[in-house]
Design a protein around this ligand. Structure first.
Ligand code: SF4
Ligand code: SF4
Length: 344
């Protein structure tokens, strides 16, 4: 069995500077390796492939790469500022679905979050994609900067004919103190409020909250979750998706997920084949222990939702420093700051 999806950051370069960006400036794989790697991805037969960055539209050789993977379900995540009409048409011809990163629903919040960005040019990019029929939806890095704009964001996507909004709560950086995360990261109470807001009504587009405790929330509050394909998340895989997907860094490093700390690099392309990298992810003892009750501490270990959650492995490693620790943002345990959900 192959990975459910492959998430490939094809460049670490970007024309903007998002304040939450976790993309490390890294050596890019030489262009001549792109097509052989794409071929190996096709052979692994993932259900879909995500291309992202940095800004993937900056990667030379993008269109031949997309042609190589034609036939796969392809999603491209872009900030949209470089998406001209001709390029939108080329993406449409190759059946690519475009997902925009949208970290604010007003000019002020958007431009404050993405340094060097223009909200107007983002809107034009969405309109172009919409006209070409390739606008799939948006991802939002959700933080205390844009938490109050969740509803406006979903409304924007609905008006433009998008299908999906995926809220991805702000993740910490690796390696110690992270002032941005400390200031704008969500508390357990924020998570609970956000999920209640999202799933308290029908928005007319599918809305997904990318946190492992989403299924715990759904069970506790009796809400049903969207079943469609957002391009980012796997509805039928409950909880942390580590071990079911493959993340390729711009320099060929292979990790369980895009938020994994670099110390979790399990393999490197082309030194090892992608199939070998996938075997290593599948056989990772770290992931196995993280997903077992005996490998974890309370409140995760005795949690009734454990097997449909596990907590976020990347966040646990970066914030708590040991894989056995609980998820500090969980609204249902008592592990984090300002827990709003109460214990069990
Ligand atoms: S480590 Fe966190 S972000 Fe990555 S798949 Fe698991 S829950 Fe999702
Ligand atoms: S306590 Fe742990 S396993 Fe239970 S819902 Fe919270 S993060 Fe998930």
């Amino acid at each position: 069995m192959g990975p459910r999806f492959v998430d490939w950051a094809i460049t670490s370069r970007c024309n903007l500077r998002c304040r939450h960006c976790l993309a490390e400036k890294a050596e890019e794989m030489p262009r001549e390796l792109l097509l052989p790697l794409a071929e190996e991805i096709v052979e692994l037969r993932p259900d879909w492939v995500i291309l992202e960055g940095g800004e993937p539209l900056l990667r030379e050789g993008l269109l031949p790469l997309l042609s190589e993977m034609e036939g796969l379900d392809l999603y491209l995540i872009t900030n949209g500022s470089l998406l001209g009409e001709e390029l939108a048409r080329e993406l449409g011809r190759r059946g690519v679905r475009v997902v925009f990163s949208m970290d604010g629903a007003s000019r002020e919040v958007y431009e404050e979050t993405k340094e060097g960005a223009s909200f107007q040019s983002f809107q034009r990019g969405v309109e172009r994609a919409s006209r070409e029929g390739i606008f799939h939806g948006v991802t939002v890095v959700l933080s205390r900067k844009n938490l109050h704009q969740m509803g406006e964001t979903v409304e924007f996507v609905r008006r433009q004919g998008g299908k999906f909004v995926t809220f991805i709560p702000l993740q910490p950086r690796d390696g110690g103190e992270d002032p941005y995360y400390r200031a704008y990261g969500l508390s357990p109470r924020d998570h609970l409020r956000a999920m209640r807001l999202i799933y308290g009504r029908d928005w007319g587009v599918e809305v997904y909250y990318d946190a492992p405790f989403l299924w715990a929330f759904a069970e506790r509050e009796g809400v049903s979750l969207p079943g469609g394909r957002s391009g980012i998340t796997i509805p039928e895989v409950r909880g942390c998706a580590c071990g079911t997907t493959l993340y390729l860094a711009p320099d060929g490093g292979i990790l369980p997920c895009m938020f994994s700390p670099p110390s979790l690099t399990l393999s490197r392309y082309p030194e090892e084949s992608l199939r070998r990298a996938w075997e290593k992810v599948r056989g990772s003892e770290l992931i196995r222990r993280f997903k077992s009750r005996e490998g974890r501490e309370p409140p995760c270990s005795p949690c009734p939702h454990f097997h449909q959650c596990f907590g976020c492995m990347s966040r646990v490693l970066k914030v708590q420093g040991r894989p056995s620790a609980p998820d500090p943002e969980c609204p249902f345990g008592n592990a984090g700051k300002g827990s709003g959900g109460g214990g069990f």
